[in-house]
Write a protein that binds this ligand. Sequence first.
Ligand code: GLY
Length: 424
Amino acid sequence: MNILILGSGGREHALAWAIRQNPKCDRLIVARGNAGIAAIARCASLAIEDGSAVVAFCEEHAIDLVVIGPEAPLAAGVADSLRTAGIAVFGPSRAAAMLESSKAFTKEICDACGAPTAAWARFTDAPSARAHVRASGAPIVIKADGLAGGKGVTVAMSETEALQAVDAAFGGAFGAAGAEVVIEAFMTGEEASFFVLCDGTTCLPIGTAQDHKRVGEGDTGPNTGGMGAYSPAPVLTPAVQAQVMERIVEPTIAEMSRRGTPFQGVLYVGLMIENAEARLVEYNVRFGDPECQVLMMRLGAQVLDLIQACAEGRLHEVGVTWADDHALTVELAATGYPGDYVKGTVIRGLEELPETATQMMFHAGTTEASGQTLATGGRVLAATGRGATLAEARDRAYALVDAVDWPQGFCRRDIGWRALRSEA
Ligand code: GLY
């Protein structure tokens, strides 16, 4: 089977690493890829948000299956173009991708199917939104309705912060994504993510994870795309997972199908859990980054069989082989991230690292130039370990971190702290 993966981050390196191990995979191309992906697949230059360009590329290279990594091509309708051209694709249609590309849409779906979530209201002008904030008080959550590269959500602990977030959105800070604002009640509890494959009809849970969004140790400082993650998430016990399937995932999938926009792909279910009761925080319509790294580390080669069955509407025919193991990933980021960060610095020591089923350095923002690996992004490497316990997985991940020579990089040293405390 010839496979094309769209994307160039740590998520796509992890997908490529797992897919490459499956004997069914003949040719693997990743557009655009990175220095780590280039070691296991062909990297290609392609306008990944242009459906016609992606279809033409697939026809030219006899691609049998396309795996779409990030949300932007999904929101742009690339999966629709591929399906129309008769090419198997893992990823939802543009209409179904609205579960991520519009916060208000997701809230409407929750209301329609009874999925538990925070109380909410939507606004298209600043004065009404400001009045709502004043009437509700803080803490309160302000969300730009559209895709804002992970920057559109403010969990405001004061009324002043909430009003500033409203003004920023309507002032154009997120472009068209902030033309509408959703304001939600603040939820307390512990956040965790649940990943479910859906082929429009059948839903298959494939794992749980928790990430660390804040840049600083102790979960402090500004938000990032994620400084590390681990799987499984202890708070998502089998009973809570069953509850989430029954009250949130299955009703949502049924509602999407009822509207004529079935969801096909991976549903990333962001949850708040308190006293073993789960409420929906948000949906994403793709794997998380860095959550994908820990999921791929645990699932391995079977991921291709699962993704293929999902793309072909055959999820009812397959199952997941679970191992009673743990995985943990630590992001190495460039100094300055998540603000302005240094670019083009040299990373040494990568060639000597082990690449095994229990230790893998996934690349995100890297490129190869004149035989050297250069850091090109904010989040640059994801040091990932797997073990019989979370502590063992953590030790393997940090052993990779410590073997890399990159003075301009940094990482958090406390990834997994909450789960490790309960493991001890
Ligand atoms: N790690 C969060 C995300 O991928 O959206």
